[in-house]
Design a protein. Structure first.
Length: 290
């Protein structure tokens, strides 16, 4: 596995470093630590100071990685100049990375609109999987709580396989969840009583199918991760809202969801459930792609 960690020396970047070295990764995982300096309109003396500061950031990250990760782990460090959003995406594409990890400043509302969000842009545009790390304190020391958001698509099986292949430690709790829209939400498109009855039948089948699927996922994960606690739940409502709330109630450290790979233009126009979850969640979120 190849992991690209983008850091900038902020407290959010430090949280991303700490979460990366604490997380379980497959054997022979390689890491590239990248810091991008935006030197636009900066005079040469200032540029040199900025580059030196960025080098100190990646050197610090490398020292943490060498201290916490197994000896012999492949660690690459790079300082680059340019627009952070585009440079990070280009490095992830060229390497190529399997997972891109970034810290989130947690911007909201008008401040986010005015300043933009590097992490949100990366979730939208990256071709590889992305983890957005938030400075979130674990609910219980020694436990890792994962909220696995699934739907009825074949891609959900890929998400389960990816998570099940990681060496999660004892004390890991994974809750698998599927969100089904309420009948009221379905009825917004209904025109008459017959349509409403058909929608109710359809929704009941969705719930029954979700129950079967989640039980299968639970048994599969129990086989792959015998030391982890595995549970599931069916949520009712808009996935963009109820997954975030369900993860909060579960006291999750990480939400994992899949992105079915709609085109970049489509995602910019209508967004996606995974991107909305990554934007709204109070804990870290990993969006699995490809």
């Amino acid at each position: 596995m190849k992991i690209l960690l983008a850091c900038d020396g902020s407290e959010h970047s430090e949280a991303a470093i700490i979460e990366t070295v604490r997380s379980p990764w497959p054997d022979n995982t390689s890491f590239q630590i990248l810091s991008v300096v935006d030197t636009s309109f900066s005079p040469p003396p200032t540029v040199q100071r900025m580059l030196a500061s960025a080098q100190a950031v990646v050197d610090h990250a490398v020292s943490v990685f060498k201290e916490k990760l197994p000896a012999g782990t492949n660690i690459i460090s790079t300082v680059s100049q340019g627009n952070p959003k585009s440079e990070i995406l280009q490095y992830a594409e060229r390497w190529p990375a399997d997972l891109l990890i970034v810290g989130s400043r947690g911007l909201r509302g008008i401040k986010k609109v005015m300043m933009g969000s590097v992490s949100h842009s990366i979730v939208v545009a990256a071709s590889c999987s992305v983890r957005v790390v938030r400075n979130h304190k674990q609910a219980k020391e020694g436990e890792t709580r994962i909220y696995l958001a699934l739907d009825d698509s074949p891609f959900s099986d890929h998400v389960v396989e990816r998570i099940g292949s990681r060496p999660w430690k004892e004390g890991t709790h994974i809750k698998c969840a599927t969100a089904i829209p309420t009948l009221v939400e379905y009825m917004n498109e209904a025109q008459d009583t017959h349509e409403i009855q058909a929608l109710e039948t359809f929704r009941n089948k969705q719930i029954a199918d979700a129950e079967i699927h989640l039980k299968q996922v639970r048994e599969l994960l129990k086989t792959k991760l015998p030391n982890a606690g595995i549970s599931y739940e069916i949520l009712q409502g808009d996935p963009r809202d109820v997954v975030v709330e369900g993860a909060k109630q579960f006291e999750s450290d990480l939400i994992v969801s899949g992105c079915k790979g709609k085109g970049w233009v489509d995602r910019m126009l209508i967004g996606s459930v995974s991107e909305a979850i990554a934007e709204r969640s109070e804990c870290s979120v990993e969006v699995i792609k490809r």
